[in-house]
Design a protein around this ligand. Structure first.
Ligand code: GLN
Length: 448
């Protein structure tokens, strides 16, 4: 499997550009070790996988897609999720491309080179986990890990025709995930099908004393939820998710999927999530505020590059940050610093926190009567490389259907549900109650 993985990478990755760093020598010796092992019973035994480059891997370069960390060759520890994958006998093939510090929806903010959509390389793979989704779609690895702060697992999964889950906030340890917006970030699996996804989550989920936000909640056996039985499942379909701005092909695919559910004995009804319309504004205020604080640690002293030109300490901070960060990251730091500054805090940050509660309450209310919420993952299929890159607001608006899920902290999956007339994949989003990934998987598996 590991041989096949590198063969495939050699064949396609100069076009797809999913990988930033390969770990071929170690991966091959690890594969050899596993071949010789007596016990081959681990649930993910020998599976070649890729890890998004904002997840720390011991002694393997971790750049976050940023020039700032281009020389971070030798991290001292593994993220908890990476340790868990190793313990389940997987093989890490390499590190996957991403928008710089996970800020973006198209991979065009990678400071190295943008990943391309394997279905058609004129199109973006989505982001920020674009490398993670493209590598799975192109058959370079069997599964990958991504991170999702406002849609970064689900949106690229939708654009690349693969399965991506953002778990409940607190379900998976974030220890070793380079923080973007700590109250929203979650790590999750990207796979070719729902069963693989459930198997990977089973391995990476669970409480971790190294992450105070990881929840002490039992991890169920997710594969047991894959029963194909959705009789009586109650599905809510928010009218805001199929409103104006949603591409007709996307709408049609989602309606077809709902028909499939009906034929399987599930019931669906239209509902309203009235505060969804504020989600993009709320998210970009909160995520940028948290990012401005989290990214303060990149000061030219502790990690990454230090400007060569500075002559004193203050200039060293300033110049290292000016040279190390790309445009989008600087934009977010400025937005966030502004929203948190005295005199503006109440009007922006605090207000956004209040609206976040309203968005969460919308979901709580719906989940009193329904098992899952279903809609599209994204308003449109993948767009062309370069199409939105000069227009950050249009780019941000593309996240409208994924962001509310992060703000509410609930789990959501994207599964393929059709193709556009240009042959680009379309994603169906299934959203569940807090810590109820089992029902999300049950619904996804029955449809798939
Ligand atoms: N596209 C969103 C952003 O740019 C989401 C990113 C993410 O989930 N990491 O912030």
């Amino acid at each position: 499997l590991v041989n096949t993985s590198y063969e495939r990478i050699n064949e396609v990755d100069d076009k797809v550009k999913a990988f930033l760093t390969l770990d071929e020598e170690n991966a091959r010796s690890r594969a050899k070790e596993l071949d010789d092992a007596d016990d081959k019973s681990a649930s993910l035994f020998g599976m070649p996988s890729g890890v998004k480059d904002n997840i720390v891997t011991k002694a393997l370069r971790t750049t976050c897609g940023s020039q700032f960390l281009k020389n971070f060759e030798d991290p001292l520890y593994n993220a908890t999720v990476v340790g868990k994958l190793n313990a389940a006998d997987t093989v890490t093939i390499g590190k996957l491309n991403m928008d710089e510090f996970a800020m973006g929806s198209s991979n065009e903010n990678s400071s190295y080179t943008p990943t391309r959509n394997p279905w058609n390389t004129d199109y973006v793979p989505g982001g920020s986990s674009g490398g993670s989704a493209a590598a799975v779609a192109a058959g370079e690895v069997l599964f990958s890990l991504g991170s999702d702060t406002g849609g970064s697992i689900r949106q690229p999964a939708a654009f690349c025709g693969v399965v991506g889950l953002k778990p409940t906030y607190g379900r998976v340890s974030r220890f070793g995930l380079v923080a973007f917006a700590s109250s929203l970030d979650q790590i999750g699996p990207i796979t070719r099908n729902v069963e693989d996804n459930a198997r990977v989550l089973e391995v990476i989920a669970g409480h971790d004393s190294m992450d105070s936000t990881s929840a002490n909640v039992d991890v169920p056996n997710y594969t047991e939820a894959l029963t194909n039985d959705v009789k009586g499942l109650k599905i809510a379909v928010p009218k805001e998710y199929l409103a104006e701005g949603v591409d007709p092909a996307v709408k049609e695919s989602v309606m077809n999927a709902l028909e499939v559910y009906k034929s399987l004995g599930a019931e669906w009804e239209e509902v309203s999530l009235p505060h969804s319309k504020y989600a993009v504004a709320t998210y970009y205020l909160l995520a940028s505020s948290e990012a401005s604080a989290n990214l303060a640690r990149f000061d030219g002293v502790r990690y990454g590059v230090r400007s060569e030109k500075a002559e004193n300490m203050i200039d060293m901070f300033k110049m290292s940050r000016s040279e190390g960060f790309g445009e989008e990251v600087k934009r977010r730091i400025m937005l966030g610093t502004f929203a948190l500054s005295s005199g503006y805090y109440d009007a922006y940050y605090k207000k956004a926190q209040k609206v976040r509660t309203l968005i969460k309450n919308d979901f709580d209310k719906i989940f009193e009567d329904y098992d899952v919420v279903i809609g599209p993952t994204t308003p449109t299929p993948a767009f062309k490389v370069g199409e939105k890159v000069d227009d950050p607001l249009t780019m941000y608006a593309n996240d409208i259907l994924t962001i509310p899920v992060n703000l509410a902290g609930v789990p959501g999956i994207s599964v393929p549900c059709g193709f556009s007339s240009d042959g680009l994949p379309i994603g169906l989003q299934i959203i569940g109650k807090h810590f109820d990934e089992s029902t999300v998987y049950r619904a996804a598996y029955a449809y798939e």
